[in-house]
Design a protein around this ligand. Structure first.
Ligand SMILES: Nc1ncnc2c1ncn2[C@@H]1O[C@H](COP(=O)(O)OP(=O)(O)OP(=O)(O)O)[C@@H](O)[C@H]1O
Ligand SMILES: [Mg+2]
Length: 472
C-alpha cells in the first residue's frame, strides 16, 4: 500500500511507535490527513470547494507536541515543513519573509518529486552509466592526428568555442574503437554485470560540489522568487574536478548525470507545485508566543503584525516562488503552542477562525514516563544503553529503578516547574554521570541500575526542593 493512503488507524499506530499517549491529538491529525486523501478522490469542482480544517494543538510544555509533528513528517509521504512562529518576530524580519515557509515547502516538494522521477528513469540511467563505465575502463585507441586532422581539429575546436562549448572536452570522438578494444569492452561489460569490478578505481570528471553550493546560496533572491543561479549558471561554465573513485561510486555519479538528462526540469517544477498545493503540510510551532499580550522586546516585529502576515497564507493566497506560483488554499496548517501565559482567544479573531479543530494534549503521568523511558523505538534508556555500550559496558535497568526514575520526574515536575518529559533527560543525565565519566577508563563490565542506585545517586537532591530546582 502506498504510504500516502494510510488509514487514520495506521497513522496513529505509526505515531505510537514514538509518542506515548496523546491519543486524541494523534487521532485528530490522522483524520485531517485522511481527509486530504479523500478530497483528492473527488471530482475537481468538489475538490476546489473543500478547504482543509486546520488544527491547533494546545498543551503544556514537553508533552510531545513538537515530537508528534516531527514523527508525522516521516510517516506521511507529503511535503512537510516546520517553522517557529517566533522566528518572524526577530529583529530584521519583514512581513513578506513569512512567505518563506511556503517557499520552503515547495523546496521540499521538489526534492521529493525529483526522487520519484529519478527513480522512474533509474533503469535507463544505469544502462547509460554502465556504458560510460565500460568506455572508461577500456578506453579507445587515441588517433594520431595527421597534418590534415590537426587543421580540422583546430577548426572544429574553434567552432566548438563559438558554440560556447569547451573544445578540450570532446576528446571521446577522437578515439578509435579497434576490434581488440571491442572485445575487451564486451568482457568488461560482462564482469561489470556480474559485479566483479565494483571496487576497481577509476578517475572521473565530475561537477565541482563547491560550485553547486555557492550557486544555491542566493537566499535573498530566492525570497523574491528570482533564481539567480540559472542566470549565472548560464554564464559561468560548469567547473569540473577530477576524482579517483571506485566503480561503484562512479556509477552513482554517472546515474545522477544521466538521470538529469532523462527528466524534464520544468515537469518536476510543475508536479512539485501541485504536490505542495494539494498535500503540503505546514507546522507552525510556538504560535502562542506571537499573541499580543506579554512583554515584547524593542526592535522586535509586532507580534500582531506577524499574525496579520501569516493570515493571508493560511486563508489561501498565491505566492511566487522561483519554480512558479503556488496557491496555499489547500495546504494543511497545524499550529501548536503551550498557551501557558496566553489563550487561543488572544490570537487575532481572523486567525483563530482559521484553526477550527482544537486538540488538547494531556499532562504526562508517572505511568506515561515509564513508557516514554522504555517503549518508543528511540526510547531514552535505549539511547543511553547504546551510548554506554560503546565503552564495552553493558547496562541493565531493573523495573523498579525505571519506576523510581519516573516517579522522581513526576514529583520534581509538580514540586518545581513542570517541563514534561524533558525532565527525564535531566534526571538520566545526572543519574548516569559517573558511568559516563569514568566508564571508558575502568573495566566495569556489566552494570545493573537498581532502585537503590537511583536513590543513592539522586535521592538527596530530590529531597531538597531548592537543590532539585537547579540540578534536575
Ligand atoms: N508523549 C511523549 N512520548 C514520547 N516522548 C515524549 C512525549 N512527550 C515528550 N516527549 C519527549 O520530550 C521531549 C520534549 O517534547 P516536545 O518537544 O514534543 O515538547 P513540546 O510539547 O513541543 O513542548 P513545548 O511546548 O515546550 O515546545 C522530546 O525529546 C520528546 O521526545
Ligand atoms: Mg515544541
Amino acid at each position: 500500500m502506498q504510504p500516502a493512503e494510510k488509514t487514520p488507524k495506521q497513522i496513529v499506530t505509526a505515531l505510537d511507535e514514538y509518542v506515548i499517549g496523546q491519543h486524541e491529538a494523534k487521532r485528530a491529525i490522522a483524520v485531517a490527513l485522511r481527509n486530504r486523501y479523500r478530497r483528492m478522490q473527488l471530482a475537481q469542482d468538489m475538490q476546489d470547494e473543500i478547504t482543509p480544517k486546520n488544527m491547533l494543538m494546545i498543551g503544556p510544555t514537553g508533552v510531545g507536541k513538537t515530537e508528534i509533528a516531527r514523527r508525522l513528517a516521516k510517516i506521511v509521504v507529503a511535503p512537510f515543513v516546520k517553522v517557529e512562529a517566533t522566528k518572524f518576530t526577530e529583529v530584521g524580519y519583514v512581513g513578506r519573509d513569512v512567505e518563506s515557509m511556503v517557499r520552503d515547502l515547495v523546496d521540499v516538494a521538489i526534492e521529493m518529486e525529483r526522487k520519484v522521477q529519478y527513480k522512474n528513469v533509474r533503469a535507463e540511467a544505469s544502462r547509460q552509466a554502465d556504458k560510460r563505465l565500460v568506455k572508461l575502463l577500456v578506453p579507445g585507441v587515441k588517433k594520431q592526428p595527421t597534418q590534415q586532422n590537426q587543421m580540422q581539429g583546430l577548426m572544429s575546436a574553434f567552432t566548438a568555442m563559438q558554440n560556447g562549448q569547451n573544445p578540450l572536452q570532446n576528446t571521446e570522438e577522437k578515439e578509435e574503437v579497434t576490434d581488440t578494444v571491442r572485445d575487451q569492452r564486451l568482457s568488461v561489460k560482462e564482469q561489470l554485470d556480474r559485479g566483479l569490478l565494483e571496487n576497481e578505481e577509476v578517475t572521473i570528471e565530475m561537477a565541482d560540489p563547491k560550485q553547486a553550493v555557492a550557486m544555491n546560496n542566493n537566499n535573498m533572491m530566492g525570497q523574491m522568487g528570482i533564481d539567480l543561479s540559472e542566470t549565472l549558471g548560464a554564464l559561468t561554465p560548469k567547473r569540473k574536478i577530477s576524482r579517483t573513485v571506485t566503480v561503484k561510486e562512479a556509477r552513482e555519479v554517472f546515474i545522477k548525470e544521466e538521470s538529469e538528462k532523462l527528466v524534464n526540469e520544468a515537469d518536476i517544477y510543475h508536479a512539485s507545485i501541485k504536490r505542495a498545493e494539494n498535500t503540503g503540510i505546514i507546522f507552525i510551532d510556538e504560535i502562542d508566543k506571537i499573541t499580543a499580550n506579554g512583554q515584547q522586546n524593542s526592535g522586535e516585529v509586532s507580534r500582531e503584525g506577524v499574525q496579520r502576515d501569516i493570515l493571508p497564507i493560511v486563508e489561501g493566497s498565491a505566492i511566487t516562488t522561483k519554480y512558479g506560483t503556488i496557491n496555499t488554499d489547500h495546504i494543511l496548517f497545524i499550529a501548536s503552542g503551550a498557551f501557558a501565559d496566553s489563550k487561543p482567544s488572544d490570537l487575532i479573531a481572523e486567525l483563530q477562525g482559521r484553526f477550527p479543530i482544537r486538540v488538547e494534549l494531556d499532562d504526562l503521568s508517572k505511568e506515561d514516563f515509564v513508557r516514554i523511558l522504555t517503549e518508543p523505538n528511540n526510547a531514552l534508556i535505549k539511547q543511553y544503553m547504546a551510548m554506554i555500550a560503546t565503552d564495552n559496558i553493558h547496562t541493565t535497568f531493573t523495573k523498579e529503578a525505571i519506576e523510581r526514575i519516573a516517579e522522581i520526574a513526576y514529583n520534581v515536575n509538580h514540586e518545581t516547574e513542570n517541563i514534561g518529559a524533558r525532565r527525564l533527560h535531566t534526571i538520566l543525565e545526572k543519574l548516569l554521570e559517573d558511568i559516563l565519566y569514568e566508564g571508558p577508563d575502568m573495566e566495569m563490565g556489566d552494570i545493573t541500575i537498581t532502585e537503590k542506585y537511583v536513590n543513592d545517586k539522586i535521592g538527596d537532591i530530590v529531597a531538597d526542593k531548592d537543590l532539585s530546582r537547579y540540578i534536575l
